[in-house]
Design a binder for this molecule. Structure first.
Ligand code: 6GU
Length: 235
């Protein structure tokens, strides 16, 4: 999978070199390229923002550097592949495991990280001529810009690309993969500071263990995230 990121803060993405995703990049499974939006400015101050038409607080990112950056990325990469262009935005659709699964099947993702009060709206229309545009939010709260959100999405998507996570089994039994929260896990010792590991897990009885884990998933989901359950299972 090819991933291009456009940002005025390339250093945010330095941590992609470490951890699991760093290994996947080394192994050639993920080809991630970070682009500095300011490289696409043409004035002495490398200006990326300006005041909003119609007035109001804050600054808006100018369209010209975005147009040039998108042109360059699409022209350099595409041999007929239409990229999915993602703009992280608190005004977007909410990112879920289903979104991550969907995006993990794409050949080419481009993340456009906005700052300030947003990006000139015409950039989204122009981007739609060069790829499939999605505005995506991590949830109902506000970050200062798209960089941290893009990092979270790249990690959630990247780990679903075949080969990135060594044991594919570990992808299955996770929170959200079956629509429920994950069951609780324990390791040795069987008693620690007076807390015991649940008896059933020591029984060696696979059927009973599986049954108990499923019940725990439902109980936890009901307690913490009832919104994930069908209406009929909520109480
Ligand atoms: Cl994707 N961007 C920003 N700036 N804030 C957010 C977000 C994204 N998701 C939640 N809050």
């Amino acid at each position: 999978m090819r991933i291009d990121v456009v940002t005025i803060f390339p250093a945010f993405f330095d941590i992609l070199d470490v951890s699991l995703l760093g290994k996947a990049r080394g192994a050639g499974l993920l080809d991630v390229r970070i682009h500095d939006l300011r490289a696409h400015t043409h004035d002495r101050h490398r200006t990326v923002d300006d005041s909003p038409y119609g007035g109001g607080a804050g600054m808006v990112m100018k369209p010209e550097p975005w147009g040039d950056a998108l042109d360059q990325i699409v022209e350099r990469t595409d041999a007929g592949i239409r990229p999915t262009i993602i703009f992280p935005s608190p005004a977007g659709e909410v990112f879920t495991q289903t979104t991550a699964r969907d995006l993990s099947t794409r050949e080419h993702l481009v993340f456009g990280c906005g700052r300030y009060e947003g990006i000139d709206e015409r950039v989204f229309a122009y981007a739609a001529t060069r790829g499939d545009v999605r505005l995506i939010s991590l949830g109902d709260y506000v970050l200062n810009g798209g960089e941290v959100a893009a990092m979270a999405m790249i990690e959630a998507i990247g780990r679903l690309v075949p080969g990135v996570v060594g044991n594919p089994e570990s992808l299955v039994e996770e929170s959200h993969e079956d629509g429920l929260l994950e069951y609780p896990s324990f390791t040795k010792p069987a008693t620690w500071r007076g807390y015991d590991v649940p008896e059933v897990l020591l029984s060696g009885h696979h059927g009973r263990v599986a049954q108990w884990r499923h019940e725990q998933q439902i109980e936890r989901t009901r307690a913490r995230r009832p919104d994930l359950l069908p209406d009929t299972d909520r109480d």
